[in-house]
Design a protein around this ligand. Sequence first.
Ligand SMILES: Nc1ncnc2c1ncn2[C@@H]1O[C@H](COP(=O)(O)OP(=O)(O)O)[C@@H](O)[C@H]1O
Ligand SMILES: [Mg+2]
Length: 592
Amino acid sequence: MSGGRTAIWDAHTWAIYKRLLGYSKRYWAVGLVALVGMILDGGGLAAFTKLLKPMIDNLFVQKDPYLIFWMPIWIIGIFFLRSCGTFVSNYGMSYIGRHVVQTMQRDVFASYLRLPAAYFGSEPSGQQISRITYTSEQVASASSDAAKIGVTDGLTVIFMFYVMLSTSAYLTLSLLVMVPAIALIATVVSRRYRQISRRIQGTMGSVTGTVEETVGANREVRIYGGQAHEAGRFDEVITHTRRLNLKIAATNAASSSTIQLVAAFALAVLVFLGTRPQVLNQMSPGVFFAVLTAMGTMLPSLKRLTNVQANIQRGMSAAEDLFEIIDLPPETDRGTRELGRTSGDLRFEDVRLTYPRNEFEALRGVDLHCAPGTVTALVGRSGSGKSSLVSLLPRFNEPSGGRIVLDGENYEDYTLASLRRQIAWVGQSVVLFDDTVANNIAYGELAGASEADIVAAAEAANAMEFIARLPKGIHSHIGESGNMLSGGQRQRIAIARAILKNAPILVLDEATSALDTESERLIQQALQQLMRHRTTLVIAHRLSTIEGADQIAVMEQGRIVERGSHAELLVLGGHYAALHRMQFHDASLGSD
Ligand SMILES: Nc1ncnc2c1ncn2[C@@H]1O[C@H](COP(=O)(O)OP(=O)(O)O)[C@@H](O)[C@H]1O
Ligand SMILES: [Mg+2]
């Protein structure tokens, strides 16, 4: 979709429209009832206008007793039917609209759950949130408005035209002034709207994103005095949003006022036609006023119809944005082999990794064999590629070269779900859910674990001592992203989660970095216990904790530069020995 030069209803828009219709197809019965309502709504108004002529000519001029009795009853009847129609059509359209929103929200959310990890770094999270909160609402309101206006107002115009024509074909000629002018206005309006509505969606994402970021970083903002900066940044975003919205308002206002002007011309022509000397004598006031009223009633409907394209555009560009996300390919999972329980024989063969938006290789040919049940420690400076290497295991990233072999089979031959079942993971930054401690430990596929198992896992992770002090023990809520807990407490919950999972491959990526030396020592025993009979990859910044590892691999700039046991590497006197000397020196100064 590129700007306003293209035709308004190109093939692409049709495709989106049809797909959107597919979403509401299930509610065709409700749609039918709503349609009847719209017909009653528009028809009632027409019937009333049609009554104007007899009302004026027969009631007041001829004083017909039959009509004098029936007219009030007809009026009530017509408007009773009409209000039934209004109710049914409004509620019916909302019913369909809300169901469509729900389905779209569910589809977009489902797609967030299966998109590859790399996607989440590629777009600001504000865009992802506003797609669910704002964009899907746009689809519903815009498309149900469009349908309601299209049918009700379309019918009103047609009915009114019929009333005019049947009352006086001659006076109806005055409409000739109005129709081409309004068609022109409608075209201009929808062109303009199409250009703007997509940009508005984008700004809603920026608004959400900026708020989210500032709220999340509320402490940093305060400590570093970023209030003015944040306020300025937010102001920029909302100013942009306001500008775009006002552009739309200007378009609407201009089209409404122009239509009114055009209508005034038509009215003038109507009066001119009605007062020509050759017709003036036969012209009854009833006929004149009925045509006049029909034209007046047609006007608001025509106004809405000229803007209905705008509604449709808004809904279409919103739907397009959602469909794009729904259609994104999910994580690659071409594996067919179900992995029961791996023996944990893990081999990296010349593994390379280039991140999508980076030019350099984060991993430059890593060869490493982790024998079943052994502990491999990765050490090296920050940025040397340790986390990147282990991120390949749950297949958060795909190697751009080389391969990983598990139990003698290519890693990619296994199904993603069965692979991930083999891995327990404790990372540096722990994300907890807004739920109880127990549900955070027994999360996902672990849900349903017995309370005894959960407590045992928490005890092994040395977490029970602080959990027991919470008001409701393991059933205490820990607040959004575990706000109530310290970093070390959160890490211990994550360790308990990993213990409970009891998976054959264990990854500890600076898992104890947030712990003090004493707690670390306590957990170390639990971790030693946990590592037994598992293939473990451990990244630790405190070398004292990995001295017992079966092999230590030292990484530098995406390569393994040294490999061996603690004793071997010390004798070698290379990178590891240097790192060790440094930490030993620090420790003897008492800073660790
Ligand atoms: N998601 C990512 N996208 C792009 N580059 C990344 C990403 N994660 C890490 N990198 C880059 O890859 C290199 C290795 O990072 P990382 O594996 O996190 O190092 P370590 O864990 O050893 O500190 C760094 O240069 C880092 O900037
Ligand atoms: Mg790291």
